[in-house]
Design a binder for this molecule. Structure first.
Ligand SMILES: NC(=O)c1ccc[n+]([C@@H]2O[C@H](COP(=O)([O-])OP(=O)(O)OC[C@H]3O[C@@H](n4cnc5c(N)ncnc54)[C@H](OP(=O)(O)O)[C@@H]3O)[C@@H](O)[C@H]2O)c1
Length: 274
């Protein structure tokens, strides 16, 4: 584990490589995205997580173009909003996202939520892959029953399930289900949107390691073999969040962090979606 780095990648089930750490840009405007994504690329991030729902694909695309970093060196994820779940709707939404981003393909295209016609949307992913508009396809906020449902409609196995994941929401069963099926788990809101950074147990552990609580949370995720996409609009925090590859949490302390689990969601719980 100690040999992980900011350029470390997870090999997805179709052979595509996804950088283990990315920058999330939820609640970032187009204008801000144009600046912060360039700053992130400058720091060394090569994985950007956006979505049609974030209304900042244009800014993200502009930043990548203006950064001077070759397009093929950046892993771009975007997502299909659930009002576009459905076969024809998903195809059209994908074209809109590519246009906004100003690219001919994304590296990962995700169904954002399992609501509505998810089987139709998943069938559209096959065509999107065939047409080269995405290099890999996956889902977000899917529980095992949602995954079983789409996989019963298509032979395509999602490459990624992006879900809320942190020691405070340690989704152990989902992780082991996804491992069995060859689906990579990607942790969103890995910093609990900042809401548990003052947890006294976390603060005490961070002090022992000479690290920040945010770094402990991110290291915990990548040590479990998952990708993480923390969001920050501040370069100093982007640097802090990327400085997690030169230390390791001991097995004992990782187990202690596992016990922080309190089923804590900062976003909707997909458990409510049939
Ligand atoms: N698929 C989905 O349904 C879904 C849902 C939610 C999120 N996501 C993705 O996951 C990404 C990350 O999740 P998130 O934005 O919800 O939350 P997060 O990454 O857990 O936390 C972001 C918050 O923490 C602050 N922060 C960042 N680094 C920090 C540090 N080192 N120390 C203290 N505070 C820090 C940020 O403020 P500043 O920006 O001011 O630094 C921001 O307020 C999103 O941007 C999005 O791309 C996906």
């Amino acid at each position: 584990m100690a040999d992980l780095s900011l350029s470390s990648k997870i090999v997805l089930n179709n052979g595509v490589k996804m950088p283990v750490l990315g920058l999330g840009v939820y609640q970032v405007t187009n204008g801000e995205a144009r600046t912060v994504v360039k700053e992130a690329l400058d720091i060394g991030y090569r994985h950007i997580d956006t979505a049609a729902y974030y209304h900042n694909e244009r800014g993200v695309g502009q930043a990548i173009k203006e950064s001077g970093v070759p397009r093929d060196d950046v892993f771009i994820t975007t997502k299909l909003w659930h009002t576009d779940n459905g076969y024809r709707e998903a195809l059209a939404a994908c074209d809109r996202s590519l246009k906004a981003l100003g690219v001919d393909h994304v590296d990962l295209y995700l169904i954002h939520w399992p609501r509505g016609d998810r089987q139709g949307a998943w069938k559209a992913m096959d065509r999107i892959l065939d047409e080269g508009k995405a290099r890999s396809a996956g889902v977000s906020n899917f529980l095992p029953r949602h995954l079983d449902d789409i996989m019963s409609a298509s032979s395509l196995v999602p490459s990624v399930d992006q879900v809320e994941f942190s020691p405070f929401l340690y989704q152990k069963e989902l992780l082991s289900y996804c491992r069995d099926k060859g689906i990579a788990l990607e942790a969103y809101s890995p910093l609990t949107k900042g809401r548990r950074l003052n947890d006294p147990r976390l603060v005490a552990l961070a002090r022992e390691y000479g690290r920040t609580p945010a770094q402990m949370l991110l290291r915990w995720v990548v040590q479990k073999g998952m990708a993480a996409i923390p969001k920050s609009v501040r370069p100093e925090r982007m640097r802090e969040n990327a400085a997690i590859f030169d230390f390791e949490i001991s097995a004992k302390d990782e187990a202690e962090m596992d016990r922080f689990d309190e089923g804590y969601h900062t976003t909707w719980d997909p458990q409510d979606i049939p």
